[in-house]
Design a protein. Sequence first.
Length: 168
Amino acid sequence: MALHSGLRRGEQYHAQWQNVDFERRVLTVPLDKSGRTSHVPLNAGALHSLAELHKRTGDSDLICGGARSSRSWFERALEATGIRDLRWHDLRHTFASRLVMSGADLRTVAELLRDSSLAMVMRYAHLAPDHRMAAVERMEAAFSTELTATRTATEVINAPNARTSAVQ
């Protein structure tokens, strides 16, 4: 669930079924770390995780079935798989990293992590080294009438009204 939603451990373990809107695909966190109500979008992976959790937790009001902590099962799972030096919060970092690597802009990542500033999210910027070029390319594609698939930049520069065109 954390890999698909970016939920903090406490948010996931205190989440209640009444706060899941399956129709809108949103989990409401009544009090996040900042003391605000936030809404977490649920992708197909998160919805699948919720379905599995529901099978395991039965009639509990809590999504994680009333477990107070992930420590017991999480540590056993890590030991069984031979994974070392992994903390729960690393799942949140992986969520953010995967967002950036799949093309999400840093502002969107900050919103999805529900972090208070972009400064916290800037640590993921190195995962998208081409984001600046991609941004100017998208802008050019959206607004350019001068360059087409058949004209190269050199042709535009060498065109009779190149100076006027370049200013536009």
